[in-house]
Design a protein around this ligand. Structure first.
Ligand SMILES: O=P(O)(O)OC[C@H]1O[C@](O)(COP(=O)(O)O)[C@@H](O)[C@@H]1O
Ligand SMILES: [Mg+2]
Ligand SMILES: [Mg+2]
Length: 322
């Protein structure tokens, strides 16, 4: 077997990326090795089940939401290149008592409703520039996704994989038995065409007309306007659904729906949609809120929600035109 380059080797070879960003990525990757062990230990370590409290999203926290949040939070605060952090599980930003460097936003455990049934979950992160002259405040986190200096996710599945975009390209690393991230996927690219869609069909009656029209066209298969049959997949862990799309193409939708008209979608802009959108665009795909590129949206709130349509470029364009 040929020797695979590891994450440290990849970071060292990335000439165009800032050295301090590489340090932040290395710290996150190490924390995710720790998370993968807790996730894998499941009921043995007593880490499954509900924590018995509600987070800022009004969602019931799992024990693992809290454990994984604490692992990342502590690791990032100890990293000299990190000035502040924001998490799905924390109401407010936290600062590290430093100026300059970077801000990190993260979803420590994505798809946590799947954890108790042993289905893939993940961690999503985004790295943004921090102000040089003072400690960061909440406003400093509200940067459009184009300003991300790096983004990535880890999927805790049959294999634990880190998918990363630094200054260019998308690379995948598989966690080896000795705890090293080895590059197994070089220059990941999303095919522009697909015949596979991912959406929570149980919300169909609440969707807006264009999304209904688009999905109806897919469902009609060969007999409908698309003239080809479509397959459907929905893991209900965004990380796992997006990972599948990076590996074999597809389109993922979590659209606005009429149940809670004030909440534009379910997914959060700063630590779910933006990092995934950067990865998808760097892999040649597209990511929109149905019309506008996610990366061009100006955030207005830390925990802002946004409709998400991402994946194979031609298919995302069809949703915008529906
Ligand atoms: O349960 P639903 O409505 O299908 O929603 C599934 C979506 O919710 C999420 O689980 C939200 O993430 P969290 O688990 O981090 O809150 C996504 O990963 C997934 O795409
Ligand atoms: Mg999530
Ligand atoms: Mg989460």
């Amino acid at each position: 077997m040929t020797t695979l380059i590891d994450l440290a080797g990849h970071l060292a070879a990335e000439q165009t990326a800032d050295e301090a960003v590489k340090d932040v990525v290395a710290v996150i990757a190490a924390a995710c090795v720790q998370i993968s062990r807790v996730v894998a230990s499941g009921a043995i370590s007593g880490s499954l089940g509900a924590a018995g409290q509600i987070n800022v999203q009004d969602e019931e926290q799992k024990k693992l939401d809290i454990i994984t949040n604490d692992i990342l939070r502590e690791a990032l605060k100890a990293c000299p290149a990190v000035a502040g952090l924001a998490s799905e599980e924390l109401e407010a930003i936290e600062t590290a008592g430093r100026k300059g460097g970077f801000l990190v936003t993260f979803d420590p455990l994505d798809g946590s409703s799947n954890i108790d049934v042993n289905v893939s979950v993940g961690t999503i992160f985004s790295i943004l520039p921090a102000p040089d002259d003072r400690e960061p405040n909440e406003q400093d986190f509200l940067l459009p996704g184009r300003q991300q200096v790096a983004a990535g996710y880890v999927v805790y599945g049959p294999q634990t994989m880190l998918v990363l975009t630094l200054s260019r390209g998308v690379f995948g690393f598989t966690l080896s038995a000795d705890g090293t991230w080895l590059m197994t996927h070089d220059a990941v690219a999303i095919s522009p065409e697909t015949a596979e869609f991912a959406i929570n069909m149980s919300n169909q009656r609440h969707w807006a007309e264009p999304v209904r029209r688009y999905i109806e066209g897919c469902l009609q298969g060969k007999d409908g306007p698309r003239g080809k049959n479509f397959n459907m997949r929905w893991v209900a862990s965004m990380v796992a659904d997006v990972h599948r799309i990076l590996m074999r193409g597809g389109i993922f939708l979590y659209p606005w729906d009429a149940r809670e008209p004030d909440k534009p979608g379910k997914l959060r802009l700063l630590y779910e949609a933006n990092p995934m959108a950067l990865i998808v665009e760097r892999a040649g795909g597209k990511a929109t809120d149905g019309q506008t590129a996610i990366l061009d949206l100006q955030p207005t709130k830390l925990h802002q929600r946004v409709p998400v349509v991402l994946g194979s470029a031609n298919e995302v364009d069809r949703v915008s035109a529906a």
